[in-house]
Design a protein around this ligand. Structure first.
Ligand code: UN1
Length: 508
């Protein structure tokens, strides 16, 4: 019962001390989660995390390695059934997940609902992929007398390292893909959001995924470093900063053992271009959603808005009008549009950025924070005027939008500037001119290009998500090529002519 003991030990690291409980009758999981939509003290602790110890990391990877061949041999159909059972359980635990998304991650209720839906979609979509790709081998063409089969299998143990901004969807998405392909998984959730991850793993175990197959290793960066330096890993799927992705890549390259697969989804410096043919009301709606929903804490979020100069003043005025109407406050309130940022460090970094721009004489519009938010990590939504996206040196992960003007004849230069950042995640365009759409689409180096709509909220299967360059390695999450990256391919070639083999003595 080693794996179970190890899991129980890990769960000790997550104690809730909140109000009434939804699931405290479960002896494995003493979770106390406050009901959703009940105001709370913004500074109260949701729980505490105990970091995984080196010997726990070692044991988890050893168990995951030992059980991986069995999990792989189970086949795609059986793994699909287990992932679908987990999806059903996630839905049955909606209340707890929403409450945790609000309290642990500071998400608005709408964002929490979208997050849970995305998590469930990932589980179901990758279950479908497990069935399609890992059940029967693909028969390849060949001459008579020869049978060629291509089959896919798990690579081994995958580590998944996930971010706090999608503490459920992007925690479970890469793990579900790795599991679907026949890998076992050691998962390190973001240090800020271990409780949501603990509930997700617990429900996967309840659904029938064996404990040793999917293991939780809570901790901060040092836990991540220990995990990714382990030579037993077959691969790492990481979502987070570009800087951390590069560090993980170096660590993987420096290890003994096989060459690891590395899948990274990192930052963005996302722009939207609006020309004078766009519909101003639609632009206003989509700019405000793209920049300020989730308090701007999405890697897909809009950071740099380019407005054509003949519509600049009136469009900016409308955007500022809508921005003034945003409800800022406690994420558990139904009316809240913009909640807090994740932690004091995030708040301090954003405030430094805004102060520097003010000092440099840039025009800055800021909302006033409402009463009662002083105690939480709130950053007042802000709009800053700049000349170009190249004035931004780093990703500003929060409710801060930058805006610049451009002349129609310089559209090509704008796209070139955006490409020059080296990031390539999302790009928005508002234009009614088909040629402009084709022009931008042909030149922009981005993973997700959104036209006449907002540029966040990619939907699993319909809008596979992921970038290029400094924004990540691909393939796109929630798309048809994702699970394949977690798998290895084997070709079996059999001579099916009568015993004695080929008529010819020479191999062709
Ligand atoms: C991220 O913020 O890390 O398109 C990814 C979206 C989400 C993905 C965001 N589905 O906004």
């Amino acid at each position: 019962r080693e794996p179970l003991m190890a899991r129980l030990k890990q769960l000790e690291s997550v104690h809730w001390h909140a109000q009434p409980t939804f699931c405290s009758d479960d002896p494995d999981f003493q979770a106390e989660i406050a009901p959703i939509n009940k105001p709370h003290d913004l500074t109260s602790e949701v729980g505490t995390r105990r970091d995984s110890l080196p010997e726990e990391i070692d044991a988890a990877i050893a168990q995951a390695s030992a059980i991986q061949p069995g999990w792989n041999a189970l086949g795609g159909e059986k793994r699909a059934v287990l992932l679908e059972a987990a999806a059903d359980l996630f839905e049955q635990h909606t209340d707890e997940f929403l409450s945790l998304c609000q309290r642990e991650a500071g998400k608005s209720l709408m964002d929490a609902v979208l997050e849970l839906r995305e998590a469930v979609d990932f589980l179901r979509y990758y279950a479908g992929e497990a069935r399609a790709m890992f059940s029967e081998p693909f028969i390849l063409p060949g001459p008579t007398g020869e049978e060629n089969r291509l089959s896919m299998a798990g690579r081994g143990v995958f580590a998944t390292i996930s971010p706090w901004n999608f503490p459920l969807a992007i925690f479970i998405g890469p793990a579900a893909a790795a599991l679907a392909a026949g890998n076992t998984v050691v998962a390190k959730p973001a240090e800020q959001t271990p409780l949501i991850a603990a509930l997700a793993v617990k429900l996967c175990h309840e659904a029938g995924i064996p404990d040793a197959v999917f293991q939780l290793l809570p901790g901060a960066g040092d836990v991540g470093e220990l995990i990714t330096s382990d030579p037993r890993l077959a691969g790492v799927a990481f979502t987070g900063s570009t800087e951390t992705a590069k560090a993980i890549n170096r660590s993987l390259a420096a290890r003994e053992g096989p060459i690891a697969t590395f899948i990274a989804e990192t930052g963005g410096q996302n722009a939207m271009i609006v020309d004078s043919s766009a519909l101003p009301e639609q632009v206003t709606r989509d700019v405000v959603a793209s920049a300020f929903q989730s308090a701007g804490q999405r890697c897909s979020a809009l950071r740099m808005l380019y407005l054509q100069d003949d519509i600049y003043d009136e469009t900016l005025e409308m955007i500022i009008g809508a921005f003034e109407a945003l409800e800022i406050g406690d994420p558990v309130r139904l009316a809240t549009d913009v909640g807090p940022v994740i932690d004091p460090d995030a708040k301090a970094a954003l405030e430094r950025h805004i102060a520097r721009r003010k000092k440099a004489g840039r025009k800055v519009w800021r909302r006033k924070l409402p009463k009662g938010t002083g105690a939480g990590c709130f950053v007042a939504p802000t709009i800053i005027e700049l000349d170009s996206i190249l004035d931004l040196k780093r990703e500003n992960f929060g409710p801060v939008l930058h805006v610049a003007r451009f002349k129609a004849e310089h559209l090509g230069d704008v796209v070139e500037e955006i490409n020059t950042t080296g990031y390539g995640l999302t790009l928005g365009l508002h234009s009614r001119i088909e040629d402009t759409r084709r022009f931008v689409e042909a030149r922009a180096r981005v993973g997700n290009f959104y036209v006449n709509r907002n540029q966040i909220g990619a939907v699993v299967e319909s809008q596979p998500f992921g970038g290029e360059g400094l924004s990540g390695t691909g393939p796109k999450a929630g798309g048809p090529h994702y699970v394949a990256r977690f798998a290895t391919e084997r070709v079996v070639c059999i001579d099916t002519t009568a015993a004695g083999g080929n008529a010819s003595l020479l191999a062709s």
